[in-house]
Design a protein around this ligand. Structure first.
Ligand code: NAD
Length: 470
């Protein structure tokens, strides 16, 4: 078995304990990851704090290091992608896309200007606003996109002059640990520390006195705990949490035109995407036509282990997620929804669930009201588009949404009344890019990642004034 090491103060930390990492395609132990001890957590925090002042003074060095990190990731994309597939389950091509996207994000931030404004420079005086780093950032990542979602935090945090202690999910620590190993060559010691451990390690990070900021991506339930823990000493938080993202198809939208794209947006990464389509609202008179078109595309998805290059959809990432999706679909069936395709785990080893379309689903069913985070698409009929918008907005979540129609002017009117962080027409998640802010309203989180807005979350403003020059 390959040895994976934590990176603390630029070096491999000697493991004192381990935990198992399971391959979701086989349900068998794939590797062991180091289980960070309290002493090692303190060492990582101390290393980050020690490295931060010099790092914050070297803007040129930071930009250079981010570009170098991008190049290192590209050079090792094959190995990183193979690790993502092995520990998370997604098809290898998608794992590679995730890894390559990380390099794009690093380069994007490497050239981004830091917020800075001269408000006054005249006979009366001089006033300038600069964005200073916060200090040490604790970055906590989920298991669905382990590498790129970590880089969404690392890139802006480092550019702004912070140093980072990063913790991946215990389900998917391997690619992130390897990333830490690779980046030892291009980042000064202590600037990026990568530690791994079970969930309590996340709680210890949020309670730790050193970090001034928690950047968290994960479930809403854990996000609430992070907010409570951060409140004690008023750490800043960015919380990227769950979504229950609606797609609303208007009466003039043709199933043949849009069904393939909707199915891709619902089933990519086995539906384990915070901004995946998780419920679709269709006009009641076209419900059956939509179910049929969606079913054709969902049933055609090739499901299997991610390292097989014919495969389009891998397993669910872990046993708990498989059990949750199974229970939600069984419950929907008991409440009267009809399984148009799928509806059960696949026989054999691993955490596979058949791509599932549920006809006759309704608001009030947990499979519609909650974030399923699995390959399940409930189809809900509406009487008029305004009802669909009201149902979409009634959710506790507000991450992304989409409206589908050939009449984009009409669709835009409806789209603008949706309460969420991003809304797209005739596509879903089209605004998830390095230059646009990503994040949600309500229970989907606090703050934004990406673009200059994501950078600002890792800074604090300082006003500098002086008398006019003589
Ligand atoms: P999770 O909340 O179970 O875990 C996320 C991370 O938090 C893990 O690293 C975990 O170890 C850590 N953690 C657990 N308990 C903690 C605690 N008390 N304090 C601090 N950290 C703790 O989430 P998950 O199951 O890994 O991820 C799936 C969820 O993430 C879904 O709800 C999904 O929608 C959400 N997500 C959101 C976004 C977004 O950008 N909005 C992106 C991806 C995933």
């Amino acid at each position: 078995m390959t040895e994976f090491t934590m990176t603390i103060d630029g070096s491999a930390a000697t493991p004192e304990a381990y935990f198992d990492v399971v391959d979701p395609a086989t349900a068998r132990v794939l590797a062991q990851a180091p289980d960070c001890t309290p002493r090692q957590l303190d060492a990582a925090m101390a290393a980050a704090a020690g490295a931060q002042p010099a790092w914050s003074r070297d803007e040129r060095g930071r930009r250079h290091a981010l570009n170098e990190a991008a190049a290192v990731i590209e050079a090792h994309a094959g190995r990183l992608a193979a690790l993502v597939t092995a520990e998370q389950g997604k098809p290898l091509a998608q794992a590679r896309d995730e890894v390559m996207a990380s390099a794009v994000w690093l380069r994007h931030y490497a050239q981004m200007e830091l917020p800075h404004e001269i408000v006054q420079d005249d006979d009366e005086g001089y006033a300038e606003i600069v964005a200073r780093p916060l200090g040490v950032v604790a970055a906590i990542a989920p298991w669905n996109f382990p590498v790129v979602l970590a880089v969404w935090k690392i890139a802006p945090a480092l550019l702004a002059g912070n140093t980072v202690v990063l913790k991946p999910s215990p389900y998917t620590p391997l690619a992130t640990l390897h990333l830490g190993e690779l980046l030892r060559t291009c980042l000064p010691a202590g600037v990026l520390n990568v530690i791994s451990g079970r969930d309590p390690l996340g709680a210890s990070m949020t309670a730790h006195p050193v970090p001034r900021k928690i950047s968290f991506t994960g479930s809403t339930a854990t996000g609430r705990r992070v907010a409570v823990a951060a409140a004690g000493d008023l750490k800043r938080v960015t919380l990227e949490l769950g979504g229950n993202d609606p797609a609303i198809v208007l009466p003039d939208a043709e199933p043949e035109e849009f069904a393939a794209s909707l199915v891709r947006s619902a089933f990519v990464n086995s539906g384990q995407v915070c901004f995946a389509v998780k419920r679709i609202y269709v006009p009641a008179e076209r419900h059956d036509a939509w179910v049929q078109a969606l079913t054709v595309h969902a049933a055609a998805l090739r499901v299997g282990a991610g390292h097989d290059d014919q495969v389009e959809m891998g397993p669910l990432s872990n046993r708990a997620q498989l059990d949750r999706v199974t229970a939600l679909v069984d419950d929907a069936r008991a409440r009267g929804a009809l399984v148009a395709t799928g509806g059960a785990p696949l026989a054999g080893e691993g955490y596979f669930y058949a791509p599932t379309v549920l006809a006759g689903a309704a608001d009030g069913m947990p499979v519609v009201d909650e974030e399923q985070f699995g390959p399940v698409l409930p189809v809900v009929a509406y009487r008029n588009p305004g009802d669909a918008v009201a149902a979409a907005n009634a959710s506790a979540y507000g991450l992304t949404a989409s409206v589908w129609s050939p009449d984009t002017d009409r669709a835009a009117g409806l789209a603008r009344s949706l309460d969420c962080g991003q809304v797209s027409l005739n596509a879903h998640g089209a605004g998830v890019r390095p230059d646009l802010p990503f994040g949600g309203s309500k229970a989907s989180g606090i703050g934004r990642e990406n673009g200059r807005w994501g950078l600002e979350e890792f800074t604090q403003l300082q006003v500098f004034t002086r008398p006019p020059k003589a």
